[in-house]
Design a protein around this ligand. Structure first.
Ligand SMILES: [Fe+2]
Ligand SMILES: [Fe+2]
Length: 189
């Protein structure tokens, strides 16, 4: 596998596990109001810090950029959709955070609201990753040249994901433990 694809797939495995954890917390909330709110806060912090700040922008700046250069007629609709989703990520994460804050303050609808926001977010994340894996990355393999991959590989190999590089920092230790407890591949391995 190409180095960039290896990094991307590894990051997607971790993100997909994160989406499943969010979905489980959402289901527990909807069922009887139980939630690990500290874990959800850590997840929101992780998403803001790595996927939103590094993963998605690098997909756009390197992979999608090269794809548009090589075969715009084959990828514009698909990449426009994915980039539009990246653009909305900041709003999604802000909603996620504000629902967490509202839950911590209490109030009659805070539990239902947090369950809805987290459920919707988890579905979005799963779907976004699925489309990248099954459509965008497959198309990239078809249309990009070796010289494109040299640049893309170098960019992604420089990524430092707090979950997949060496040991997770103390803030993300519980999230890492939950990913492994799911039976998902341990991030970084
Ligand atoms: Fe993406
Ligand atoms: Fe991605």
């Amino acid at each position: 596998m190409r180095p960039a694809m290896w990094v991307l797939m590894r990051e997607h495995l971790a993100l997909r596990a994160v989406a499943r954890i969010i979905a489980m917390e959402s289901a527990l909330l909807a069922h009887d109001g139980r939630v690990d709110i500290l874990l959800l806060e850590n997840i929101a912090a992780y998403i803001a810090e790595f996927p939103n700040r590094i993963h998605h922008p690098k997909e756009e700046a390197y992979l999608f950029h090269a794809m548009r250069q090589r075969a715009p007629e084959r990828c514009t609709a698909l990449l426009d959709r994915l980039m539009n989703e990246h653009d909305k990520e900041a709003d999604g994460t802000a909603m996620f955070l504000s629902a967490i804050q509202a839950y911590k303050k209490g109030g009659p609808f805070a539990i239902t609201h947090l369950a809805e926001v987290t459920g919707t977010y988890a579905k979005y994340l799963e779907r976004h990753i699925e489309i990248e894996n099954t459509q965008a990355f497959v198309l990239a393999e078809e249309i990009l040249h070796e010289s494109d991959w040299d640049v893309i590989n170098a960019a992604f190999l420089a990524n430092i994901d707090p979950l997949v590089s060496a040991a997770p920092g103390p803030r993300f230790a519980e999230l890492y433990r939950r990913i492994v407890a799911l039976g998902a591949p341990p991030p970084g391995i």
